[in-house]
Design a protein around this ligand. Structure first.
Ligand code: GSH
Length: 214
């Protein structure tokens, strides 16, 4: 399999966690999204130009992090979407919630904070803060009596929560939420997640350095 990604991208990190949980081997293709030429070249692979994209061994193109994980579940254990139809639906539901309302809001706050104050969009910032607070409220309740987002076992929804909480440490700290903090510690102790973070860190440092200079 070929995996097109960037180590700093939250959606790529989500799919990578699933790859590492399953111990899969793949050929890495880092897509330099900041380089217009390389970005244009990548559009030959996937016209929308978004990462992650997986190319399966039969050359079948699989974009979208959740769809990649659905595919990985067909080819390798342990399953990340499991249980009866209702449990599977709940895993998919939390995966959507974490992507759309937590991760996207955390990223918005992060990018807005890097802009000069005069260029920030207060409406987007308010909407993001509202969504993050609402998500934290829901998560704090859910995690009161279960170790992972969908119960006793690590699932696709935890893959989605990982990059969101990783970046939230910078843009929307959750220290005052006891259950979310314990959940993050549990996630961060998994070898798959430690590996994803350690691979991202040099790129994050370089990105921060370049943004300060710009
Ligand atoms: N819904 C997509 C989102 C992918 C996405 O937005 N990727 C970002 C990086 S985190 C990207 O490729 N951005 C470049 C662009 O939008 O052109 C998924 O789950 O894979």
């Amino acid at each position: 399999m070929k995996f097109y990604y960037h180590p700093i991208s939250s959606y790529c990190q989500k799919a990578l966690v699933a790859m590492y949980e399953k111990g899969l081997e793949f050929e890495r293709h880092v897509v330099e999204l900041m380089d217009p030429e390389k970005r244009a070249q990548f559009r030959d692979v996937y016209p929308l130009g978004k990462v992650p994209v997986l190319v399966a061994d039969d050359d079948h193109l699989i974009p979208e992090s959740s769809i990649i994980i659905e595919y990985l579940d067909e080819i390798a254990e342990p399953k990340l979407i499991f249980g009866d139809a209702e449990q599977q639906r709940k895993i998919r539901f939390n995966d959507r919630m974490f992507d759309l309302y937590l991760n996207d809001s955390v990223s918005t706050l992060l990018f807005q904070s890097m802009k000069p104050e005069s260029e920030r969009d207060p409406e987007r910032i308010d909407t993001s803060k509202f969504r993050i607070d609402t998500m934290y409220g829901l998560m704090e309740q859910e995690l009161a009596d279960q170790p992972y987002a969908n119960g006793e076992k690590f699932s696709m929804s935890d893959c989605a929560a990982t990059p969101a909480l990783f970046y939230a440490q910078r843009s929307a700290p959750f220290d005052q939420y006891e259950n979310i903090s314990a959940y993050w510690d549990r996630l961060a102790s998994r070898p798959s997640i430690q590996r994803v973070i350690s691979e991202a860190e040099p790129y994050i440092k370089a990105f921060m350095k370049a943004s300060v200079k710009a």
